[in-house]
Design a protein. Sequence first.
Length: 356
Amino acid sequence: MTIPLQQEPSGEELTERERRVLEAVIRTYVDFAEPAGSRTVARRFELGISPATIRNTMSDLEAKGYLFHPHTSAGRVPTDRAYRYFVDRLIRPAKLSEAERDQLAQELDPASSAVERMVWRATRALSLLCQELGVAIAPRLESAVLERLELIQVSSSKVLMVATLRSGVARTIYVDLPGDVPQDALVNVTQVLNERLAGLMLREIRDTLPDRLRGSSIMDAHTDELLNIFMQSGQDLFDWESFTGTELHIGHASVLATQPEFSSGEQLKGLIELTEQHDVLSGALEDRTHGGGLSITIGGENTSEALSGFTLVTAEYHVGDLKGVIGVIGPTRMPYEKVISIVDYTSSLVTRILGP
């Protein structure tokens, strides 16, 4: 399986021996969360060279910025640069097992295909399968096309506006009224709104609503009064941000709490604080470029300092012509091959279920 990644491969060439030793160190550290020593690497991998040669090669890799010594340990730990090299040049994405595919299919039950619920379930499935923190943002609806509107009176002073978008997404907004509005006025205004607004993007409606609603041929006093409410409140009612609701979805953070990186109280506190920074997480997901593939940012490649100790692996999913982002956040010591395959498959599955 070949999964396109959206980063440029690192330019520095390593010798074949350096590549093999670097890969062995990364895999050892990912598996055991302990600095990898030359003897451990020699025992685990048939590299055809002695522990002394492995040790010398590890020293060379350290000098080039791919490995470092933690404290006084004899072993080495990969740097962000090493993980980037691994992702760009050495990775072999794992094939999902039938059990993993079945589990995802069960978690993403097509019978409940409301966008928010589907994405919410997908983030939790990613958390469980990847043992990382599943994250996602709902599609941005500014460019969504309105299919139809319905007005439903729920009280003498309130109307429920139900907006159905061409992507299949529906949103509801309450509209306050100055007093009782006859049912025939609601019917008239619903007709005008659909005649003038259906087929337009939300941002077009928001920016031009008053002009589009002027000059209706079926005006009466009640209809005119209700239309004026829409004309005056259009920027608020049709602002895409009003339609998106809670944009960020987060999976089970408890799966990260069991990892060695968060064994101390201070590290765990930092993780909890990160999950509470919705603006940081939303911004990180919104700013990513995918271009049809996966986006992977490692440690210091992330623009936010709060994410400098983490890796983000994300992909786009589609709801009609709208796009959202889904993936995982975890420590840089991550089983990249497994995670990449699961994120890629999950995004495709969500798109398939929510697509037209």
